[in-house]
Design a protein around this ligand. Sequence first.
Ligand SMILES: [Zn+2]
Length: 433
Amino acid sequence: MNETIRATDWDALAAAIERRRDDLVALTQDLIRIPTLNPPGEAYLEACEYLQKRLQQQGFQVELIRAIGAPGDSDRYPRWNMIGRREGRHTGPCVHFNSHTDVVATGSGWTFDPFGAEVHEGRIYGRGACDMKGGLAASIIAVEAFVEVFPDYPGAIEISGTADEESGGYGGVAFLAEKGFFGPPRVDHVIIPEPLNKDRICLGHRGVWWAEIETHGRIAHGSMPFLGDCAVRHMGAVLQSFEDNLYPALAERTTPMPIVPDGARQSTMNVNSVHGGLADGYDGFPSACVPDSCRMVIDRRFLIEEDLGEVKSEVTALLDDLGEVRAGFSYDIRDIFEVCPTLTEKTAPVVRAVAGAIEQVLGRQAEFVISPGTYDQKHIDRIGKLKDCIAYGPGILDLAHQPDEYVGIDDMVDSAKVMAIALHGLLYGDQAI
Ligand SMILES: [Zn+2]
């Protein structure tokens, strides 16, 4: 092992975090009790003001930024974001910890109060405990301990609490990245404390393509369907073609990339919705009509080895084939959303720093994983043009969005130590591994 943080410094840092254990619990509880539900985007300002007060006491310059004009932003539900920056004694790199403040709906099945933040047997329960207020709190405690032990650090440290990750991040990280908050020259390294388990580093995610396919028909009286052309039957043929041709091909397209869970280690496609005929939600007596339109939304997740253009043409080729063999078949296809896969190299500085810190704190090698879905790293990569970004944080991924979501207190303490050592490595240029 090359030079790492000195043993005495490490002891001091670990002790500074241990001393803050109760503070870490209280901070997490406070954050969970602010019900930042998204949708619709409740209480973002309250969360930002809470974080602002806390970080200002630690010497951070804090900006609150509303994503005016972003999707979802309104006077009723303003998309507020918080970015705090603390300059070091002299010049150096900037390390940024980015957490989203929003949480998803509570759903049913809870035995704890979703916003009560009750502590039970070493865990804190509540919506957002693991995804990702526990991670946000751990990063704040890591930074506060670091600043106490290394008051003369070089460079700069940033912490952000951003809106709307659960709905695409357009009122949060994407908006801020457009304004230059998530890339050079302002920021060099980003850690996103999403719940990936305390010994795992998430290097990136698969790609996404959402599209809407519409099949066309001709309206006629339902008693004489032969006088019309049923768009829903045409869509049925599309689905059959996907079953016969597309799904078997996707199942064979696997990757050695360490995507978790294992089932996502291949190309996948979800049929998100199908609508045709009577209007959605209509519960009156049906009128006797042949549907002249049917729409289907597909959610295709693709591998880093695949090309987005080929992913799309694979689907349109099947639709074109149907046009050759099926009388009256015609379609339109409309792109809704696309994100290319993102992958940070294992040799990147932030990966090396966090992997080395995991080894030091937990005494075992870090596991590298790739997320099946996307998260805010996509905006940092694509808009911020910053590649040195990973997700690393406490909490068990499978608990995210579930009833009785919790975060383990020991896990938060451990990952705060990892974050603090990694921060040292990145600011002081340690060779972590
Ligand atoms: Zn999350």
